[in-house]
Write a protein that binds this ligand. Structure first.
Ligand code: SAM
Ligand code: 2KA
Ligand code: SF4
Ligand code: MG
Length: 274
């Protein structure tokens, strides 16, 4: 990534065997000297989606190829912070924490190639890996749950204030073929839409339609089932989540989608490191 957050695309090395998920083994040697900018690491409970409640080690990479106006972690996107650490050191920190589930998030964790190396090490050690991504970069990395949060048009930064980022955001935010590749390779997947207004309903349905179309290799099967789709309110306070639920949950139920609360906000408030 360049210093302005623009990305140069390059492809990761071929994926190696994906491990099952026994107890993590901290005795295995680590091999990677590659570096990764990390905004924060912490142990918390997964607050969103199908693994809600699961104790997890979070690695929040710093740097993003989008700039959503509502981003709740601007210290990993708008103003990326944090030291560059080696992949080996991060893997060792995770092993020392003794937590099996690892959530790789950001920022955009699929941006740095070194995250692929981290995935490989974690997979070899038997960790369960969730990747929280906006789904704009095609990577074939070991991952147990691919958690894609496609960015809708209204998530754009304000164009007069941020003309360049507004245009990059629009260009990058919804590469349907990339998302379909991520979905078709995934062991398990959830697609989480952040919704700020009912005006976004039609756009969500159109994207779900595009993402669900059967793969040509198995033409009778949708790529996504309706219970892979999660509808999550935009909001960083309990009051905002409660208010949004009044109009969002009924629509989500009516469509046969799953409603996604943001339990970390209820458990801890909108605090860093939670
Ligand atoms: C900070 S993002 C990092 C991962 C990746 N860049 C992405 O957007 O999916 C982690 C999750 O928080 C969600 N998110 C960010 N800001 C939010 C907000 N204000 N309200 C609700 N969800 C938000 C994202 O959509 C994503 O599901
Ligand atoms: N507790 C907790 N659960 C989360 N699930 C996804 C998160 C993220 O920022 O990607 C997140 C987070 O930041 N905290
Ligand atoms: S894609 Fe994710 S990390 Fe990047 S600005 Fe949007 S919400 Fe924040
Ligand atoms: Mg978060």
């Amino acid at each position: 990534m360049t210093s302005t957050g623009e990305i140069r695309f390059s492809h990761a090395s071929p994926e190696a065997t994906r491990g099952t998920a026994p107890v993590p083994n901290s005795n295995l040697p680590t091999v990677s000297a590659s570096r990764l900018r990390v905004a924060e690491t912490f142990v918390s409970r997964q607050g969103e989606g199908k693994l809600t409640g699961q104790q997890s080690f979070f690695v929040r990479t710093s740097g993003c190829n989008l700039r959503c106006w509502f981003c709740d972690t601007p210290y990993a996107s708008w103003k990326p912070e944090g030291p560059h650490q080696t992949v080996a050191a991060i893997a060792d920190e995770i092993a020392a924490a003794g937590v099996q589930h690892v959530v790789l998030t950001g920022g955009e964790p699929m941006l740095p190639e070194s995250v692929g190396e981290l995935c490989q090490i974690l997979s070899d050690r038997g960790h369960h890996i969730t990747i929280e991504t906006a789904g704009t970069i095609d990577r074939d990395w070991p991952c147990d749950l691919m958690s894609i949060s496609p960015k809708l048009a209204a998530s754009s930064p304000e164009p007069r204030e941020h003309p360049r980022w507004a245009s990059l955001h629009q260009e990058r935010r919804m590469p349907i073929p990339v998302m379909r590749n991520l979905i078709s390779r995934a062991r398990d997947v959830q697609v989480k839409f952040v919704v700020d207004s009912p005006d976004e309903f039609d756009e969500i349905l159109a994207v779900v339609d595009e993402l669900s179309k059967p793969d040509p290799n198995s033409p009778t099967q949708s790529l996504l089932a309706s219970d892979d789709i999660w509808i999550m309110p935009q909001g960083i306070t309990e009051a905002a989540l409660d208010q949004a639920a009044t109009w969002l949950r009924p629509w989500s139920d009516q469509q046969g989608f799953r409603y996604c609360d943001r339990m970390q906000i209820r458990w801890y408030g909108n605090k860093r490191g939670t």
